[in-house]
Design a protein around this ligand. Structure first.
Ligand SMILES: C[S@@+](CC[C@H](N)C(=O)[O-])C[C@H]1O[C@@H](n2cnc3c(N)ncnc32)[C@H](O)[C@@H]1O
Length: 228
């Protein structure tokens, strides 16, 4: 499968936000951040990572998710931001077999990565367009072992009408920043994502964490089914 770089990777590169990121995410009064710690904990729990698991993390940021992994066989962390990676490196020292790849989360699949037991990602896939998300899901599917799973936590809404409703609700409350975030970033449309994941052969479960965030578990359902 052809892997092209995602269109907005440079716009959403968090180099400039890295220094303040960990303080920023602690502010769970911000609707974009509400549930952040719960989402991260849930993703790691649901990933069922064992001491032998090969794990791929997409958009590893400052390492807040990988910090919660007790042990694994190998962790490959992917992020486009050098400054975020520099902070993450300090948080994964307890994991023996770790590797960082500074690249786009679509492009990384052109590296010889092999297969993973689990792919995890929080608050990153919403930086991809819906078409790019679809391409990413197929790449993830093709790089998971037959019993593998992907676990995501991210900013999501059920569908386009809920997205419009939320934009209006936040504008009415006077919270222009959140309304603009919903409008300008590519929050997942859960209905679209579930259909895309199921079409690939994933069995999907979801959990809502806040007004704007969900978790998604995509398990390979019927054994291995390669896509083009
Ligand atoms: C909002 S932060 C989330 C970081 C971390 N996963 C967390 O939950 O705190 C998004 C991260 O994704 C990275 N990023 C955004 N678009 C990317 C892309 N297309 N490829 C690789 N990394 C990307 C940013 O540099 C940033 O570190």
């Amino acid at each position: 499968m052809e892997t092209t770089r995602s269109a907005n990777a440079d716009i959403f590169n968090h180099d400039a936000e890295a220094a303040g990121y960990d303080i920023d995410v602690r502010n769970e009064a911000d609707p974009i951040r509400t549930g952040y710690r719960d989402v991260l904990r849930w993703v790691v729990e649901q990933a069922h990572i064992t001491p032998s698991s090969r794990v791929l993390e997409l958009g590893s940021g400052t390492g807040n998710l990988s910090e919660l992994i007790t042990s694994c066989g190998e962790l490959i962390s992917v992020d486009i931001s050098e400054n975020m990676e520099a902070i993450a490196r300090r948080k994964v020292r307890h994991l023996a077999n770790r590797r960082f790849i500074k690249t786009d989360i679509l492009e990384v699949f052109s590296h010889e990565l092999g297969e993973f037991d689990v792919v995890i990602s929080t608050y990153t896939v919403h930086h991809l367009t819906d078409q790019e998300k679809r391409a990413l899901f197929a790449l993830v599917f093709n790089h998971l072992v037959p019993t593998g799973a992907a676990v995501f936590g991210d900013l999501m809404l059920q569908n386009g009408s809920e997205k419009e409703e939320k934009i209006q609700q936040y504008l009415t409350k006077g919270d222009r920043a959140t309304a603009e975030g919903i409008r300008d970033e590519f929050f997942w449309s859960l209905d679209t994502a579930i259909a895309d994941l199921q079409r690939l052969g994933f069995k999907v479960n979801t959990k809502r964490f806040s007004d704007l965030s969900y978790g998604v578990i995509a398990r390979k359902a019927n054994g291995f089914k390669k896509t083009d």
